[in-house]
Design a protein around this ligand. Structure first.
Ligand SMILES: Cc1cc2nc3c(=O)[nH]c(=O)nc-3n(C[C@H](O)[C@H](O)[C@H](O)COP(=O)(O)O)c2cc1C
Length: 212
């Protein structure tokens, strides 16, 4: 039987679930191809993977005027991520030494996961495992993955070891192959971390920080 592609999957518990977010305007470009390899690695490790192309939400993603109540399709997407995804993989091409506008808008919309509950003092991404991919032709890969790490770490996400992967198209294949783990490894280590923390539901924030 043909294995379903990541675009066709609906999550079933109890496997670890990984949601790949493609921030490239291209659905079949370099960024998406490397993201799929990360998801393949996670599936080889027993996870279920789903792939979301942000370009499919282009019309609504850029509507940021009511950040506490995103447009309905974005809200649905964020609700699914909150309920179903143990892990996220955020992937973006480098656009002018930073993440794509699609990815920036997506990260801005993640604010909904804090504002959604009256009186809540935490993001609902707390404890989710998040890995990162950036692709570039020449320069900006490291800066771009770190630009994504900052807000996600602030939101309580857990970043696995070696999970800030970036790929420079102009780098010689020999050095590209030898200096960083492959994308499949990023998928595997993401699931490994999620497996190891799945029984932790309280990260202690309520005990260490006063409610706002
Ligand atoms: C608007 C724009 C800006 C870009 N800026 C950079 C850049 O600052 N540094 C770089 O190395 N590549 C840059 N690129 C090249 C892309 O990063 C590269 O082609 C992309 O990662 C390929 O992924 P994709 O096929 O999924 O789009 C830029 C491309 C576009 C369209």
């Amino acid at each position: 039987m043909r294995r379903r592609t990541a675009e066709e999957v609906n999550f079933k518990k109890p496997a670890i679930t990984v949601c790949g977010i493609n921030g490239s305007p291209q659905k079949t470009g370099l960024c998406s191809r490397l993201l799929k390899r990360v998801l393949d690695g996670s599936q080889e490790y027993g996870a279920q993977a789903r792939l979301i192309h942000l370009i499919d939400h282009e019309d609504t993603l850029f509507r940021l005027s009511h950040i506490k109540t995103p447009p309905k399709t974005i809200r649905t997407l964020l609700d699914q991520i909150r309920a179903d995804a143990d892990c996220l993989v955020l992937a973006t091409p480098v656009h002018w030494f930073g993440m794509s506008t699609l990815m920036k808008c997506f990260i801005d919309h993640l604010s909904y996961l804090e504002y959604d509950k009256p009186g809540s003092n935490r993001f609902e991404l707390e404890g989710k495992v998040v890995s990162f991919v950036a692709t570039a032709d020449e320069d900006g890969g490291l800066k771009t993955v770190l630009d994504m790490v900052g807000p996600l770490s602030h939101m309580g996400a857990i970043i696995p070891p070696y999970a800030t992967y970036f790929h420079n198209r102009q780098m010689a294949k020999k050095s590209e192959d030898e200096w960083m783990n492959d994308p499949e490894f990023v998928g595997r280590v993401t699931v490994q971390v999620a497996e190891s923390i799945k029984d932790i539901s309280d990260w202690g924030r309520s005990r260490t920080r006063p409610r706002r």
